[in-house]
Design a protein around this ligand. Structure first.
Ligand code: NAD
Length: 479
């Protein structure tokens, strides 16, 4: 496959003519080439978006909604093709892409296509003296930069509200996982989305991505990715006074009290540890277990982890596929070494998995469970973003809240208990933007989504995203 940029309604070669290899992490084979775009391609995309903006922003909400619904329908129709592409790019099991990633990408478009019809602004009466109403206009061109772990799911989570609100968009998918964004370009052409409304520029973050973050005519940037990249984007955007939304890394705690619904807690902990090879920002790699339950939970958890099958993402039976790249596998394995150096005991996993046949050169890591590490060591503080979890016993509610909050991150937290009072009390004290009580990854797209501390700035989801992508203006009328 020859991947191209999507600019001004057309598939375009990169201005510089250079291409990067796109590699399937399950086989280490080059599957396609992607444009090595630079500031010139971003400039072309900005020009196309500026041309498209007056007509798109003045379309009726119903017409914009119809375009987005058409895109959602086509994503659903092409679910299998998109899921296979997502699996080949990321290494994730194709069944996961088919049941989670791709349906969610369609839902993102459908949700915002309908949400925009219900989006209303505020009015404030000043007694009989005056009356205020707030207008919310599209801002202009939005830059949407997304990561590799949930490629189409997270790109569309930004694009859909930005377009619904009447902006034109420059999307910059991860250079590691470009294919579904490229297929989305074709879908938008087929759906009749007007030229220049959505533009997708492929390539490296430091080249194409930074040209988006730094461009003076892109006034709003929505970014999901690592905390260090978020810092660079915030710095690039600051001199332009851009509006920025940052969804960054995490090191989420999963707190299991002894009075929890045990089977649910155990089974869900397995998912929140190893789904998508642990490469989900919402995974819970620090599992705190109340001491009376510790040994039982640990032994059952390790036994079930050993039963998880790792291998070819195209085989329906495998629960874990490959991790996204050789570099990422090396990073994960180096953290396992660090855990050993820090005094951790590896209870299972702890090594690369070598496959046979089609996937013999692929980058697979065994699901790994570690115990015996203090909460403040690097393994328990830094984001590993792989199938590696650490088990930590605790004695009191006070102690576990302090330890759970004791990282620079604050994205999500899970807690398991049968005590309603404790559930509310602990949820209130945890420093995280998303708290799940007795569940994980139950998502209602209307709710605010995002993190505290170094996990991000701003919230996505529901009307939060529509507010982010619009400029409020207050009009005051004296009666
Ligand atoms: P990354 O930060 O390396 O890259 C993300 C995107 O930013 C890519 O498109 C990349 O090309 C681009 N980029 C890189 N450098 C850039 C620069 N200087 N300027 C502009 N763009 C640049 O992240 P990743 O490795 O792709 O994704 C993994 C990270 O994403 C993890 O830290 C994970 O926690 C985080 N993440 C967060 C959420 C969330 O909702 N908070 C969701 C998913 C992933």
């Amino acid at each position: 496959m020859h991947i191209l940029n999507y600019i001004g309604g057309k598939m375009r070669e990169p201005e510089g003519g250079g291409y990067l290899d796109n590699v399937d992490p399950a086989t280490a084979a080059v599957t396609s080439r992607i444009p090595d775009s630079d500031a010139r391609d971003v400039e072309e995309a900005v020009n196309a978006a500026e041309d498209a903006f007056p007509a798109w922003s003045s379309l009726s909400v119903q017409d914009r909604s119809r375009h987005l619904l058409q895109i959602a329908d086509l994503i659903e129709e092409r679910r299998e093709e998109l899921a296979l592409a997502e699996s080949d790019d990321t290494g994730k099991p194709v069944t996961l892409a088919e049941t989670v990633d791709i349906p969610r990408a369609a839902s993102n478009f459908r949700f915002y296509a309908t949400a925009i019809e219900h989006f209303a602004s505020e009015s404030h009466a000043m007694g009989k003296a005056a009356f205020n109403y707030t207008l919310r206009a599209p801002i202009g061109i939005a830059g949407c930069i997304s990561p590799w772990n949930l490629p189409l799911y997270l790109l569309t989570w930004k694009i859909a509200p930005a377009l619904a609100a009447g902006n034109c968009v420059i999307g910059k998918p991860s250079e590691l996982t470009p294919t579904t964004a490229f297929l989305l370009s074709g879908i938008c052409m087929e759906a009749g989305l007007p030229a220049g409304v959505l533009n997708i520029v492929h390539g490296y973050g430091h080249r194409a991505g930074s040209a988006v973050a730094d461009h003076p005519r892109i006034p709003v940037v929505s970014f999901t990715g690592g905390t260090e990249t978020g810092r660079k984007i915030a710095a690039a955007a600051a001199p332009h006074f851009k509006r920025v939304s940052l969804e960054l890394g995490g090191k989420n705690p999963n707190i299991v009290f002894a009075d929890c619904p045990y089977e649910d807690a155990l089974q869900t902990a397995l998912q929140s540890s190893f789904s998508n090879q642990g490469e989900i920002c919402l995974c819970g790699p620090r599992i705190f277990i109340e001491r009376p339950l510790y040994e039982t939970f640990r032994d059952d958890f390790v036994e079930r982890t050993r039963q998880l099958t790792v291998g070819d993402p195209r085989s329906a039976g495998n629960r874990l596929g490959a991790v996204v790249s050789q570099g990422h596998m090396d990073k994960i394995l180096s953290y396992i070494e660090l855990a050993r150096d820090e005094g951790g005991r590896i209870l299972c996993g702890g090594h690369r998995v070598r496959e046979k046949g089609r996937c013999r050169d692929g980058w697979f890591v065994a699901p790994t469970v570690i115990e015996g590490l203090p909460p403040d060591c690097r393994t328990n503080q830094e984001e590993i973003f792989g199938p590696v979890v650490s088990l930590l016993p605790f004695d009191t509610e006070e102690e576990v809240v302090t330890q759970a909050n004791g990282t620079p991150y604050g994205l999500a937290a899970m807690l398991w208990t049968g005590n309603l009072g404790r559930a509310h009390r602990v949820a209130d004290r945890l420093h995280a933007g998303i708290i799940w009580i007795n569940c994980w990854m139950l998502r209602d797209l209307r709710t605010p989504f995002g993190g505290m501390k170094q996990s991000g700035v701003g919230r996505e989801g529901g009307f939060e995203a529509l507010r982010f992508f619009t400029e409020p203006k207050n009009v005051c009328i004296r009666m």
